[in-house]
Design a protein around this ligand. Sequence first.
Ligand code: ADP
Ligand code: ZN
Length: 604
Amino acid sequence: MNSRSRGLGFYVLVIAMFVCLSFVWKGMWSEKQAFMTYAEFLNELENENNISGIHIIQNAEVPTGVVEVTLKSGVTKSLNVSDVKEIETLLADEYPDYTMDDVKRDNWFMTYMLPGLLVLAAVVVVIFYMNNQVGAAGGAKMMNFGRSPAKLSSDDNQIRFADVAGLDEEKQDLEEIVDFLKAPGKYTEVGARIPKGVILVGPPGTGKTLLAKAIAGEAEVPFFSISGSDFVEMFVGVGASRVRDLFAEAKKNAPCIIFIDEIDAVARRRGTGMGGGHDEREQTLNQMLVEMDGFGVNEGIIVIAATNRVDILDPAILRPGRFDRKIAVGAPDVKGREEILKVHSKNKPLAEDVDIEQIARTTAGFTGADLENLMNEAAINSAKAERKFILMDDIKEAFVKVGIGTEKKSKIVSEKEKKITAYHESGHAILFHVLPDVGPVYSVSIIPTGMGAAGYTMPLPEKDEMFNTKGKMLQDIVVSLGGRVAEALIFDDITTGASQDLKQATKIAKKMIMKYGMSDAIGVISYDNDDDEVFIGRDLAHSTRGYSEEIAGTIDKEIRRIVDECYKKAEKLIKEHEDVLHQCASLLLEKEKINREEFEALFA
Ligand code: ADP
Ligand code: ZN
């Protein structure tokens, strides 16, 4: 809050206080009037010549009134009477000179409006204060408690299907929704039921928001977007009222699209909450279901939701008439990546050595957002070098940064640490190279990364694979143990640097046994309980681990066996290539970072 508005509020408060005081003051004056009893009044009437005047103030609507008797001595006393008529008949005999008039009404503005306005002003000022205070502290707006924070994208939502690269089948599926929004009549005439809700399922950054925006853009309808987490606030009932508000707003703007990002934040399976179940989230979800059931099939509102976890969604939201259309949006394949790269290099001048196809091939697993980030980092690199176009080298540099995190050249590392890291990474690299299903090595480095690793060995994913095989998973374990093996072999002491590797190895072994049935001792049974923390409430409630103590013991033994065998294999392979290990480590110490060609030359 700036000082000017604080000053204003202050003045309003001061004025309000003055006016209130003046009311109290006036009240005190009127109290000063002297009263008399009926007996006194009759008494005064008897000594008529004591009286200089009698005045009746009557209240026209009711029989009551006030009789003011002014005595010769100048004193005025008043008497409250319950029936003015009675006094009038009495005075007609005793004192016919009395005067009478109606109650002087106070100006209604002064009596009723002004105090009300003042109170209102004070309340507004206080809320204004608190609102700003809260706004500064927590980002919440008190006045907006129940209002939906949905954002209506402005008319310049120019995103079209053409801006969404790859995802051809997904676009085809959504085409009919665009068509419906454009010409609903065509569908209603033949009695077709268009889905009310579409749920886009896929990992973050794969273009779900982009797709939803493109539908709105193609159909030229308003686009309301809100995140599931916006509904879940600390105040009970806020979420539900936000949902109501959002749908009311959408109805006013139909046809339109409501986009709910991260719907899992509200639509998690019910009854899994720790606190008895009737929590805020459930109310919000119920309200959402009520709203979706409430609007007619062809009212022209289409709700598009995004999540990367359909498995944890409440089945109720997937019922017909709700989100009954499910579209998977996966990480792009080579062709998709190429197209996405083309979209994001559209207004970036590229040098002639930039090979988009090759970048697409070497970025398996990258999402659209990663690729966008990659091209952006490359552009930043070229700008830093005062170049007007992007070189392949800029992209390669960006590749490491996006994939690993920025290298921290400035971090000081002792010689001993460097040497250990060099052998550690060489150990990983050799195994990547000699094992058939992993690698090849893209680069090896002992430059510390932003993410706390002392170095890294980066393999090159060459294929997009749907399945993992048992063989490949075992090799993954062998590779991750390579660092530790090399350390143990060269320095007959070991460091703490391999903790992440060991964790990784154990995790893979556990998955093989418990999720994929790849261990004979356990058999082809899945003991995997979604490895999922969101169900912790449910799991606690029912305390089901799903397997016996005996099985748990066998699982532990199997993990140990697999990891031990892999360790032995890693040891054997690295010993076989000990010459390469030494060469690679000393090359790393010299250059800090070596690329694929330099590394592979060591095996020649
Ligand atoms: P999600 O909603 O799935 O998390 P977004 O739609 O927000 O992902 O994508 C983030 C960014 O990634 C987009 O703004 C866009 O720049 C880029 N992107 C993702 N997928 C694509 C795609 N298929 N084509 C073009 N750009 C994409
Ligand atoms: Zn390691």
